[in-house]
Design a protein around this ligand. Structure first.
Ligand SMILES: Cc1cc2nc3c(=O)[nH]c(=O)nc-3n(C[C@H](O)[C@H](O)[C@H](O)COP(=O)(O)OP(=O)(O)OC[C@H]3O[C@@H](n4cnc5c(N)ncnc54)[C@H](O)[C@@H]3O)c2cc1C
Length: 511
């Protein structure tokens, strides 16, 4: 009987287990935590106390992996939002034009997202979820060549056990102990890249006043006050299920937001707009203030690892963890699970599956890494290996983003880059580039002639604002959609492409 083991039962582990269930007779998902029966925090994912934006591509992928995910999340009270018409966003150049962007988000707590995915995974009879089991090492077999053949596990009662497997997947997150596990096997770990912008989060949860008592100028569904040159601090206010709001303050280059009441409020008051601090003054705090500084971009380069280690792969944050400010982690975990599916079902002969997976995964992650670290290097005290992007390209991209900030049509063109459903090549499409540059020139001329326009402190109410407007629809996320996909791994529903016969061949190739 073929068996796969997944280490870690968070988003990357749950998505990987779903894919492996189509190829292995048995999938054991191990987590050191106990999973709460209801939606509740757990210690293994401390980041869940902070805002977790699920990008459109992530929603698409999760819907592909777990058909019904979107409806299940909506049924919990998650809030559907268009990132243009439902959000008040302040950037350096002013408040973003309020217009539908077609880039939709589903706002829910991280705990609820994970709980929903886990509930859907439980429908897979091949998957066994084992909690309270911390993996302490890899088990090797060396018949002819060294290969991973299972894991060593420590249970809650202190006892240890070994579990055999044909494939082991490390999905244990950014604090994975994989270096020490590999060292125990006498293997040098892959090289690691790190880019650290010195970012930190502080978050608090609030109960807003009942809808009828909210002031008319609270037209928005979410507020976003971005960091600006010279002011490396920002904050967001996002709704979640249960009619709660989460406020996350973020500081960059060591400007960590405080976690005491007075310091937190002072930090929020020091941003480009007092909109969030004014709003929460009318809300009821329902949590302490939580801090988090696990934000460096860290990339374990398995794709150019000189070792072949059959029987072992890694995914999720344990391979590439990003600065969370860009909201990419869960989406990447889901995309990489789809890539795993593609690699497992490909008709390649036996052997080398692990390396093929690492390379295909890196083919996707490299672009996201460039986006995330490229943005981090806009801050002068960011440390690490700089991407080799020519200055003129960075300058042009800045101009294009500025033009798009004032023009919903241009922004609509760029949104797929930010929600990871399109590639950065969109910046350089000639029609877009011409319009963006022309708009930038016009703006410079206007500024010269008339000076800078004053930016209102609070988000202005859009002139044609309709409080009864229709909520964005997620119909296009239903199985059957085809995403624009730079990696070639766009989500399609797994149930339609997973074939029973694949089970055997994949196990052979994984061995
Ligand atoms: C402050 C912060 C904010 C974030 N905001 C966003 C956001 O807005 N949008 C977004 O998409 N992403 C965000 N992320 C990233 C996101 O949380 C992760 O990318 C996502 O959870 C996927 O991570 P993962 O499953 O790889 O690992 P994790 O979520 O870190 O989970 C690792 C799992 O492995 C288990 N584990 C660890 N070691 C062992 C072991 N030895 N044995 C057994 N089990 C083990 C843990 O208990 C845990 O369940 C944020 C991250 C941080 C830190």
């Amino acid at each position: 009987m073929s068996r796969a083991i997944v280490i870690g039962g968070s988003i990357a582990g749950l998505c990987s287990a779903r894919v492996l269930a189509d190829f292995f007779d048995e999938v054991i998902l191990l987590d050191r935590d106990q999973f709460p029966a209801e939606v509740a925090p757990r210690s293994g994912v401390p980041q869940a106390r902070h805002v977790h934006a699920l990008l459109r591509r992530g929603l698409q992928e999760l819907e592909g992996l777990f058909p019904g995910f979107t409806d299940a999340l909506l049924a919990t009270g998650a809030v559907a939002m268009d990132n243009g018409s439902d959000m008040a966003l302040l950037r350096y150049w002013g408040w973003q034009d309020v217009a539908p962007l077609g880039s939709t988000s589903l706002c829910a707590s991280r705990d609820m997202i994970e709980w929903t995915v886990r509930s859907l995974l439980r429908r897979q009879t091949a998957v066994q979820i084992v909690v309270g089991s911390a993996v302490t090492g890899l088990r090797a077999s060396a018949e002819r060549h060294l290969r991973v053949a299972g894991v060593r596990v420590r249970q809650g009662d202190g006892s240890s056990q070994e579990i055999r497997a044909d494939l082991v997947v490390d999905a244990s997150g950014r604090s994975s102990r994989v270096e020490s596990w590999l060292r125990d096997l006498g293997i040098e770990a892959p090289r690691t890249q790190c880019v650290d912008a010195g970012a930190g989060y502080a978050s608090r949860w609030y109960q807003p006043p009942p809808r009828a008592e909210r002031p008319a100028h609270w037209w928005w569904t979410a507020l976003w006050i971005d960091a600006q040159p010279g002011l490396p601090r920002g904050a967001v206010l996002f709704p979640t299920e249960g009619d709660r709001w989460v406020v996350t303050a973020a500081g960059i280059n060591g400007q960590y937001p405080p976690t005491d009441e007075a310091g937190f409020m002072q930090f929020l008051g020091s941003l480009g707009s007092p909109a969030i601090v004014h709003t929460i003054a009318r809300c009821q705090p329902i949590s302490p203030i939580f801090g988090n500084r696990s934000t460096a971009n860290v990339y374990r380069r398995y794709d150019d690892w000189h070792r072949e280690l059959p029987g072992f792969i890694a995914t999720g944050d344990s391979v590439c963890a990003f600065n969370p400010i860009y909201g990419q982690g869960m989406t990447c975990a889901a995309v990489c699970a789809s890539i795993l599916h593609r690699v497992l079902r490909s008709p390649w002969p036996r052997g080398g599956f692990e390396r093929r997976f690492f390379r295909r995964q890196a083919g996707f992650l490299d672009d996201v890494w460039a986006l995330s670290t490229g943005a981090d290097f806009l801050w002068p005290e960011t440390i690490g290996e700089r991407p080799r992007t020519p200055r003129i390209v960075t300058k042009y991209a800045d101009l294009a983003i500025e033009s798009a900030h004032h023009d919903a049509a241009l922004l609509r063109h760029l949104m797929p880059i930010y929600d990871l459903s399109g590639s950065a090549a969109r910046y350089f499409e000639p029609r877009f580039a011409a319009k963006a540059l022309l708009a930038a020139c016009k703006r410079r001329v206007t500024q010269r002639l008339f000076g800078d326009q004053a930016i209102p402190d609070l988000p202005p109410v859009p002139e044609d604002f309709d409080p009864n407007r229709k909520r964005p629809s997620f119909a296009s996320l239903r199985p059957g959609y085809a995403a624009e996909d730079p990696s070639g791994a766009g989500a399609q529903p797994l149930h339609s492409r997973a074939a029973k016969p694949a089970k055997r061949s994949a196990v052979r190739s994984a061995g």
